[in-house]
Design a protein around this ligand. Structure first.
Ligand SMILES: [Zn+2]
Length: 330
């Protein structure tokens, strides 16, 4: 990495607050630089990396990455917190939904990436192996692109590594979430989200989701901010105990995508965060004459995790997702 400080910054790697830009070593990424804020205490300790803006319209999470920079005091912390508030730089000011405009790939499903691959693959590799090298934990914040609304949830990766599995759950529980999603271990067979890509190398990454429709929303912003601060407390970077939780933090372990059964206008009858019964109608799809073409029903009992808010959806495209509660022991 090549790191250049801004005027109001301490030297990189020194105690204090670094503000500046980084360039990754991979030549595929040479045209871009990334804003970086790194807060470092006087005593060495754990390293936490935090990012947002893989999806550039998920603005509550980007705002959380900005606010966090001013909420962590280098005089009182141990170790460091490193923040990149906007990962998908090629989409900045383009408002591109879900993908990176250079290669059309969704960065969020490309981890662990590939050093010799496309721009998004190279970026995932560099995030993981340059910026997050040696990090104890990586948190990537998301929540509600321009046409989506998500419940408040966090994600970790279930893995055969029992110690990492337990640590992932413990850190995901640091968010005051409605749902805590443990992604199924089978996800590790393919490129995936940061928790999945990191777990393949026995490393810890988490995701938080809250927000909707390109709107700044204080409840969503504070969900991300407080969750990350709680992770920093749990890692021992910040002193003090975690803040109280108001939401149920229901552990779920199946993430079921719902596709639109017909071309048309989706009218939802449930909202993200709602508990739904198996077979419950979640909405209908109608045509431009107002005639109902199809019903969308919950394939399993669980929770409505997120849904599209823009009604116009082609057949076979995602309409939302259901989280299935994990089976209780015994
Ligand atoms: Zn996202």
């Amino acid at each position: 990495m090549e790191i250049s400080p801004s005027n109001n910054s301490c030297a990189y790697g020194q105690p204090g607050i670094f503000r500046g830009y980084l360039r990754f070593d991979n030549p595929c990424l040479a045209d871009y630089s990334w804003p970086l804020c790194e807060i470092r205490g006087r005593r060495p300790g754990p390293r936490l990396c935090v990012s947002a803006g893989v999806h550039v319209n998920e603005v509550s999470s980007i705002e959380a990455a900005v606010r966090l920079q001013r909420l962590i005091d280098p005089e009182t912390i141990v170790g460091s917190v490193s923040i990149i508030p906007l990962i998908n730089q090629p989409a900045f000011y383009k408002y591109t939904q879900l993908v990176c405009p250079i290669d059309g790939r969704n960065i969020n499903f490309t981890f662990p990436g590939n050093r010799h691959g496309t721009f998004s693959e190279a970026l995932c590799d560099s995030v993981m192996n340059e910026w997050c090298e040696g990090a104890d934990c990586y948190v990537d914040m998301h929540g509600g692109d321009l046409r989506e609304k998500v419940s408040k949830f966090s994600m970790f990766q279930h893995t055969p590594n029992a110690e990492l599995d337990a640590l992932g759950r413990r850190m995901a529980m640091c968010f005051d979430a409605e749902i805590v999603m443990g992604l199924p271990a089978a996800d590790m067979e393919h490129p995936g989200r940061p928790p999945t890509g990191f777990a393949r190398y026995n490393r810890l990454a988490l995701m938080s989701e809250a927000g909707a429709n390109g709107l700044l929303d204080e409840g969503s912003i504070s969900f991300h901010v407080e969750g990350v601060l709680n992770i920093a407390r749990t890692l021992g970077i910040i002193e003090g105990s975690v803040t109280p939780f108001l939401n149920a933090r229901i552990p779920c372990d199946k993430y079921l995508w719902l596709e639109s059964p017909a071309d048309g206008e989706f009218h939802a009858e449930a909202e993200p965060g709602d508990r739904v019964a198996k077979g419950q109608r979640l909405g209908t799809v109608s045509d431009l004459f107002g005639q109902t073409l199809a019903e969308v029903r919950a394939p399993r009992a669980g929770f409505f995790l997120w849904r599209m808010t823009h009604p116009t959806i082609p057949k076979g495209s995602p309409i939302g997702a259901i989280a299935v509660e994990e089976k209780q022991a015994g």
